[in-house]
Design a protein around this ligand. Structure first.
Ligand SMILES: Nc1ncnc2c1ncn2[C@@H]1O[C@H](COP(=O)(O)OP(=O)(O)OP(=O)(O)O)[C@@H](O)[C@H]1O
Length: 369
């Protein structure tokens, strides 16, 4: 991949607190990258550094061959959209959209043409004379996007742009955002803590935790092959089960939370070289209810059955496992199940195996050994 935007060794502290540890990332021209992570993971700090609103303590940013690390915001040609829209309340929509053009000395007919174009892109041409207070939240957000794209930015940065919208509107604006990206081809970076947004919008997702970018991957790559236990336990709704596994003295068996299990199929292959306590990631949709005599079946007790609309989520306690072993979450379509009954589970695929200490992927550790 030819990098359009490069971040090299970017770090930031607030006083004694580390907000960003050491960020290295390449972003391609025209890419839509989402930055996803829990609260406090450093997403906003990273976006503010990209926007030039905050100086990094260390490292460099290169945009289209130009080192922009010390270039002030207004000279970076970056379009910014904030969570709260940040529109000027006393100006109508057209004036808001034209603001960045005016700042750059683009006025008169050229400015009018660019404002029309930007308003057309967000389907808001008819609302140009209204002030922000006379627009709905979704319409204000579209005006904020039109303002950001009117300057034809080199980079579009979006900071949680959908979080103030209700669930229905959020979904439709999400689709519009993706369409807008396809029409404009703008290199876009969006911060979100909503994984559905991150996965549906992005070409690639940068997953952050504790000031670090843990994995930059396609949505499918992140979901199917989480590189760390954190990624497995964060991505997915509900996320993957992390089953504590440990070597067992009997050949062909492992200990799961203290109970003995003789895995079969993909789980057996994944666990064949297990030499230390680890966590096996199993997605709720990859566990199947099977009969007691099925090879590789795990015996459990149905602790609870939740109806989540269209499907059920079974909580299964592993028989013989210690109290610290979490119940396994299993998606079940429809089944005559009763709380308290004995069930048998079998994984038909495995999402990952992770070191107990630190959560690194053991597949990676093994290939590096
Ligand atoms: N101005 C500040 N002074 C001191 N610490 C700060 C400041 N801004 C952020 N932090 C700390 O830096 C870390 C990263 O914060 P940041 O706002 O980048 O996280 P975030 O992932 O965007 O979180 P959220 O999703 O809650 O907005 C956090 O631990 C936060 O408490």
């Amino acid at each position: 991949m030819t990098a359009y935007l490069t971040l090299r060794d970017v770090a930031k502290r607030y006083g004694r607190a580390t907000a960003l540890q050491r960020i290295d990332m390449d972003i391609a021209r025209g890419e839509f990258l989402t930055i996803l992570g829990p609260s406090g993971s450093g997403k906003t700090t990273l976006l503010r550094i990209l926007a030039g609103l905050l100086d990094p303590d260390r490292g460099a940013l290169v945009l289209d061959g130009q080192d922009i690390t010390r270039v002030p915001t207004w000279d970076r040609d970056i379009g910014l959209v904030f969570q709260n829209y940040a529109l000027f309340p006393h100006m109508n929509a057209r004036s808001n959209v034209g603001f960045g053009l005016d700042m750059r000395g683009i006025r008169g007919g050229e400015a009018e043409r660019r404002i029309d174009e930007a308003l057309d892109i967000v389907s808001m041409r008819d609302f140009g004379n209204r002030r922000p207070g006379e627009l709905s939240g979704g319409q204000q957000q579209r005006i904020a996007i039109a303002r950001a794209i009117a300057i034809k930015p080199r980079l579009l940065l979006l900071d949680e742009p959908l979080s103030n919208l209700d669930a229905v509107l959020r979904q439709s604006v999400r689709v519009e955002l993706r369409e807008l990206h396809e029409r404009t081809g703008l290199t876009t970076i969006m911060v979100t803590h909503d994984q559905v947004e991150a996965l549906t919008l992005a070409d690639r997702v940068a997953l952050m935790d504790c000031g670090e970018v843990l994995q930059v991957d396609t949505p499918e790559g992140l979901y199917d092959h989480p590189g760390t236990a954190f990624a497995a336990s964060f991505i997915g709704s509900p996320p993957a089960n992390l089953l504590p596994v440990a070597p067992h003295e009997w050949p062909g068996t492992v200990s799961i939370g203290g109970a003995t299990w003789r895995p079969d199929g993909p789980a057996a292959r994944c666990l064949s070289n297990l030499d230390r306590p680890a966590r096996l990631a199993l997605r709720p949709e990859c566990l199947q209810l099977v009969s007691a005599d099925a090879p590789g079946a795990i015996r459990g007790r149905l602790k609870a059955l939740e109806y989540t609309g269209g499907e059920r989520l079974a909580h299964v306690e592993i028989s013989g496992a210690g109290p610290d072993t979490p119940a396994l979450l299993v998606r079940v379509a429809k089944a005559a199940l009763e709380t308290g009954q004995t069930v048998w589970l079998r994984p038909d695929s495995v999402t990952g195996l992770y070191d107990n200490d630190g959560g690194a992927s053991l597949a990676v550790l093994q290939s590096g050994e």
